[in-house]
Design a protein around this ligand. Structure first.
Ligand code: IPE
Length: 250
């Protein structure tokens, strides 16, 4: 049973400050994951390690070789912190950098060399991906968000658990989390969905919801949950419906 878990950059970093890792949170997240590491693909957001340099260099609208290099190096540093924390927690994981295995077309994943990742899963290693810059066949270069990675991987691996952890209790309406959401609910609530705190170039909660509704259209449910609350990651990995369930009625 393959599981895909995303931990948002707002958990692992302070998104209001450049390059600010939350080391205690990275360790806590790694320990929670270590309670249920089997058949798991982990995706983490870029947080301030990605959004700050991306914004500074005008990505994804401007083509900047230096911006691509600096932004990738920065998110790869965060990825290294996560992989090392997992190792300290007793989980064998390996970094998978989207820049090196994905080609975008018009901002969407067009091809993804999945064989190494599948081999890792087969041999009990946890692949750890992250939001990244990527080459784009139509726009030269772009940004691939962790949320887009989650939906692509969930489909490609036919994941049975798909959980997206952020720093709020789900999709909030007037401050309260919705227990579930389907595409038909979207127009009524769209304008009330909160913006991300801090700098965000990939769409915040709205972008996340759009990705997961597209995934639900293919018959794969997911949850958006608060990964900052201790214990929630383990519940999400067990497939419990915490936070907001994103689904499609049959
Ligand atoms: C963004 O990744 C990637 C870059 C800005 C390079 P995400 O969109 O997945 O990051 P978070 O979760 O919002 O921090």
């Amino acid at each position: 049973m393959t599981k895909v878990l995303k931990i948002g950059g707002s958990i692992l970093t302070d998104k209001t400050r450049d390059n600010a890792a939350r080391r205690d949170e990275i360790s806590r997240v790694a320990q929670e994951i270590a309670a249920r590491p089997e058949d798991l693909v982990l995706v983490h957001g870029a947080g301030s390690f990605g959004h700050f340099p991306a914004k500074r260099y005008g990505l994804p609208l401007c083509f900047s070789p230096e911006g691509l290099r600096v932004t990738h190096a920065s998110v790869a540093r965060l990825n290294d912190l996560v992989v090392k924390a997992l190792s300290r927690a007793g989980v064998d994981s390996l970094p998978v950098h989207p820049l090196s295995c994905i080609l975008l077309s018009n901002g969407r994943i067009d091809s993804f060399a999945l064989e190494p990742l599948k081999a890792m899963l087969k041999d009990g290693l946890m692949p750890v991906l992250h939001g990244d810059v990527a080459m784009d066949a139509t726009r030269k270069a772009g940004i691939v968000s962790g949320d887009q990675l989650v939906t692509f991987l969930a489909r490609a691996l036919q994941a049975e658990v798909v959980a997206v952890g952020c720093d709020v209790d789900g999709v909030l309406l007037s401050g309260r989390p919705l227990s579930e959401i389907t595409r038909v609910d979207l127009p009524a609530i769209e304008c009330a969905i909160g913006e991300s705190a801090g700098v965000d170039v990939t769409g915040g909660m709205r972008g996340k919801l759009q990705e997961l509704l597209n995934l639900a259209d293919t018959g794969i449910d997911s949850v958006i949950f608060n990964a900052a609350r201790r214990g929630n990651i383990v519940c999400a990995l067990r497939g419990e419906s915490i936070g907001t369930r994103v689904w499609r009625p049959n």
